[in-house]
Design a protein around this ligand. Structure first.
Ligand code: ADE
Length: 223
């Protein structure tokens, strides 16, 4: 998989790709992630990337020319499955969307700022608009990092235990069951006996029941 992230703040994006599972996926060459600084495509002496909105109003709007030039340059190098704009008015991201998008080969992510991008960017270039939830952040960088983490961990070979992504919360529309490790008794607070019993079938059934209970209680909308 190859991901190009167009951003005005590449520094905001660096850390999430330099640790843990995502870092290892990059090292193993299972994914390539490339940050493109939109400022490099800005207009004039000040490399301008935004302007005031036609019709008036507060805030600035990201202009079409720098974004168009950047996307066209990228499209000349490879064919993209999706060109995604991270925006709070996009489709709300979930595990099903992560599963589908983890099968893409090449993706562009465009991070918005200020009041967003000129509507014509969306009409002419964007194939999908994604929100990570019903709240507004200062820009699309943190949402882009979250999106990348969710899809990269699903790529074959990224997680050492191939089944571990399958037992994540949401993979079967259920929340994950509780987990425990040593010590079996912490100041009188004990691990459920079943988990120490060695009966794998009964343990699996218990975990499934716990998942159901937890989902009923916390997220009945998933059932
Ligand atoms: N940019 C700002 N807020 C966002 C959100 N909730 N999701 C995606 N992109 C955003």
């Amino acid at each position: 998989m190859h991901i190009d992230i167009i951003t005005l703040h590449p520094g905001l994006l660096e850390s999430p790709f330099q640790h843990s599972i995502v870092k290892r996926a990059i090292e193993k060459k299972l994914v390539e992630v490339n940050f493109i600084n939109l400022r490099d495509y800005g207009l004039g002496k000040y490399k301008q990337v935004d302007d005031s909105p036609f019709g008036g109003g507060a805030g600035m709007v990201m202009t079409i020319e720098p974004i168009a030039k950047c996307i066209e340059e990228l499209k000349a190098q490879r064919t993209y499955d999706e060109i995604i704009y991270m925006t709070p008015d996009g489709e709300v991201f979930n595990q099903a969307a992560a599963n589908t998008l983890s099968m893409a080969k090449n993706i562009i992510l465009l991070c918005g700022h200020y009041k967003g991008v000129d509507e014509r960017v969306r009409e002419l270039f964007i194939t999908k608009e994604i929100s990570i939830g019903d709240y507004v952040l200062s820009g699309g960088e943190l949402p882009a990092a979250i999106f990348c983490d969710a899809i990269i961990r699903l790529l074959p070979g990224v997680l050492s235990d191939e089944t571990s992504a399958l037992s994540d919360s949401f993979q079967d529309n259920l929340l994950a069951p509780p987990v425990y490790t040593r010590p079996a008794d912490y100041k009188g607070s004990k691990v459920p006996d079943i988990l120490l019993s060695g009966h794998q079938k009964q343990i699996d059934d218990w975990r499934h029941e716990q998942s159901l209970e937890r989902t009923k209680k916390r997220r009945p909308d998933l059932l």
